[in-house]
Ligand binder design. Structure first.
Ligand code: SF4
Length: 285
């Protein structure tokens, strides 16, 4: 994998499109993702973003944004003022186009330094979105951040299966991510499991029962609509739907999402969200 270091002028990106209804800004400590060749990378929505990939294979490059914390501080006053005027709150989604807790984080500490800076210069809301159990390594920082801003930790767990035949392994095991969620939730930090994209689940009742004990809420996001197209056509160009169909032929259409939502509601009747509404903390009634 090609790893490069870079500096950015403004690490805070004003959100557009669907993310605009979730937060005022997104923050990407890296460009690219070293989980790109693992299971979540197969259907990863970001691989279709040519602005990010510039034609490079997903999982083949990683840009370390070494001045992310300094850039956050330098742009804080202006971006906070702009967002409060525009939508009433300065809210950040970290991250929508990369993983904040990649293995490289232990060496470069880009995300960790941003979070430390946020203790002094907090947003109004921070949504920390991760696919990795390594988020538990910053739990002390999260406890401090919870005192100065609204904080939600989103941990993606797309299925209860350790392997999906024909696809690579998870970068972070299902067990490890559940463990991280349970620990963070036990600290009183608002924790959300994002089942995104929804993959075939072997035992839906056991899965959502476990989620209800490990988190405050759940978000269910199918690749249809979730990948930014009404029929999931971006994801249909990847090997993901075929592998899903081999396990459960019904799982590649939206009726599967409806059935899974019905099960989720049995265990999380007030805190089950769907797609972008769920990511924004708007739950089904
Ligand atoms: S961790 Fe997130 S950004 Fe990285 S490959 Fe997986 S889904 Fe994509």
């Amino acid at each position: 994998m090609e790893v490069t270091e870079a500096t950015v002028r403004n690490i805070l990106t004003r959100t557009t499109g669907y993310l605009k209804t979730v937060t005022s800004h997104s923050l990407q400590p890296y460009r690219g993702c070293s989980f790109g060749k693992s299971l979540c990378g197969v259907g990863c929505y970001v691989q279709h973003n040519r602005f990010v990939t510039k034609g490079r294979p997903w999982g083949g490059f990683l840009e370390i944004r070494e001045n992310a914390a300094e850039s956050y501080r330098a742009n804080y006053d202006r971006e906070r003022g702009w967002s409060r005027r525009r939508c009433g709150a300065f809210s950040i989604f970290l991250s929508s186009a990369t993983e904040p807790f990649l293995p490289q984080e232990s060496r470069y500490q880009v995300t960790t330094r941003v979070l430390r800076t946020m203790r002094e210069y907090p947003p109004d809301l921070l949504v920390l979105q991760t696919h990795s159990h390594l988020v538990e390594s910053v739990r002390d920082l999260l406890l401090e951040l919870k005192k100065v801003c609204d904080l939600r930790v989103h941990i993606s767990i797309e299925t209860d299966r350790d392997r999906i035949e024909g696809l690579p392994s998870h970068a972070s095991t299902v067990k490890a991510r559940f463990q991280a969620a349970t620990e963070i939730h036990a600290l009183g930090i608002p924790t959300v499991i994002t089942v995104s994209p929804l993959l075939p689940i072997a035992d839906p009742d056991a899965f959502f029962d476990r989620i209800s004990q490990s988190a405050d809420a759940v978000v269910i996001d199918h690749f249809i609509e979730g990948d930014g197209t009404p029929d999931g056509r971006r994801t249909r160009s990847t090997p993901l739907p075929e592998a899903m169909g081999r396990l459960d032929p019904g799982s590649t259409d939206l009726d599967y999402r409806r059935r899974i939502i019905a099960t989720a509601l049995k265990y999380l009747p007030h805190t089950t969200g769907v797609s972008i509404d769920g990511f924004a903390g708007r739950y089904l009634r």
